[in-house]
Design a protein around this ligand. Structure first.
Ligand code: EZ4
Ligand code: CO
Length: 401
């Protein structure tokens, strides 16, 4: 089966998405998510200018060879733009392979290892009372795992928290500026988690995302303070360019650690996994080299007692979610899948077979990934520039967001 066309579709049904659609001479098509939040057009150009011309005429069945060709062939290895582009191609080719076989992709990955993919929902509150209301709502919707994010007294805006209905961080063409205080945050958060645990008891899994804002020793202190409340994970406590920094956290606390949403290859987490410095690896299909490469990361993790915790914020399109669920239902070391539901407009642009029921996402049994893009509908939502915020300390110093 020969690739005859590949189209890059940029659409903004409430937020921006970049999607690759590969077309073959036998009429089968496949889709891959290529969305890199705030840098959507860089991946679109990379695909259009440098990848699509190489795909035309290739054998659509050679998924591994195409991955190697785009990775080794670029000479400039890794990086989020390159790896997101490779991810899109890889995912679309797995979609085609599944359709050709008449099987959902998870059947090609070894079949189901479980009945459903356990998801965690987002509870965020500007104060503790509104947070408790949100946790209660999610538990009543069936969620068994909830990520809790809270406003911090003295800070105007905090990651993950909004007083609007939908939390969407990429909110302005020029980045919004927020002010951060590690002291205020470390002082406030343990009390919030204590309240949530006290209110809802031991039956619900609780998670928290630090979003790369601490140093290792600060994260160690936070992990220790949170031990009585038995978090399922503390996410991205420290920026992870320096993987050895996580040794310091590990030395001090038994709070489990989850990392990986900004990683794009196995090399970003090889030391974290091999030294058992983390408990959950959170790479996504769209940013970590597609199904082919993410499966390798998961397999390395499985050898080292590390479970998966796939990133699933709204900037992972339904195409990424569909692919993530194919891996999640089949991976032996699956842990949790993040679930931040898309808007109705986004769901309409990306018709999909997966569905939420009682705390689980189910990938469905459609051949391939079980997701598509409605190109006519997509064309009605033109791209709108949107960047993620930046964070500064009170004195103006730029901090990680
Ligand atoms: O800020 O996906 O766990 N989820 C997250 C996300 C990220 C966004 C960035 O594009 O940390 O909300
Ligand atoms: Co996160």
């Amino acid at each position: 089966m020969i690739i005859t066309d590949a189209r890059v579709i940029v659409t903004s049904p409430g937020r921006n998405f970049t999607t690759l659609k590969i077309v073959t001479d036998e009429g089968l098509t496949g889709v891959g998510d290529a969305t890199l939040n705030g840098r959507e057009l860089a991946v679109a150009a990379y695909l259009t200018e440098h990848v699509v011309p190489l795909l035309i005429g290739r054998d659509a069945g050679r998924i591994e060879d195409t991955w190697q060709y785009l990775y080794k062939g670029a000479y400039w290895r890794r990086g989020p733009v390159t790896m997101t582009a490779i991810s899109a191609v890889d995912t679309a080719l797995w979609d085609i392979k599944g359709k050709q076989a008449g099987l959902p992709v998870h059947q090609l990955l070894g079949g189901r290892s479980r009945d459903g993919v356990t998801v965690y929902g987002h509870a965020n509150g500007t104060d503790t009372d509104s947070l408790l209301t949100e946790v209660d709502r999610l538990i009543r919707e069936g969620y068994r795992a909830v990520r809790v994010q809270s406003g911090v007294p003295g800070l105007e805006k905090v990651y993950g928290v909004s007083d609007r209905d939908v939390y969407e961080p990429a909110d302005s063409a020029v980045p919004t500026e927020t002010v951060w205080s590690t002291e205020a945050y470390l002082d406030h958060l343990p009390g919030v988690v204590a309240r949530v645990r006290e209110e809802f008891g031991p039956g619900v899994k609780l998670l928290h995302d630090v979003h790369h804002r601490l140093t290792p020793i600060e994260a160690a202190r936070l992990g220790k303070a949170l031990e009585p409340y038995a978090l399922t994970w503390l996410e991205d406590p420290v920026p992870a360019e320096l993987q050895s920094g996580y040794r310091i956290i590990r030395r001090h606390t038994t709070t489990p650690i989850a990392v990986g949403e900004v990683f794009n290859t196995i090399w970003d987490c090889a030391d974290l996994i091999r030294e058992q410095l983390i408990d959950y690896i959170r790479c996504s299909v769209v940013h970590a080299g597609g199904i082919s490469h993410l499966r390798r990361i998961h397999d390395l993790a499985a050898l080292h007692h590390v479970r998966t915790g796939a990133h699933g914020a709204t900037d992972m399109s339904p195409v990424c979610m569909a692919a993530s669920l194919q891996l999640g239902i089949s991976a032996p070391n699956f842990g949790l899948q993040e679930h931040m539901p898309h808007t109705a407009e986004t769901d309409a642009v990306f018709p999909h077979a997966y569905r939420y029921a009682d705390g689980y996402l189910h990938p469905g049994d459609e051949p391939g990934l079980g997701v598509d893009i409605d190109e006519d509908l997509a064309a009605r939502y033109p791209y709108k520039a949107a960047s993620l915020p930046v964070n500064r300390l009170a004195d103006g110093t730029l901090h990680s967001w």
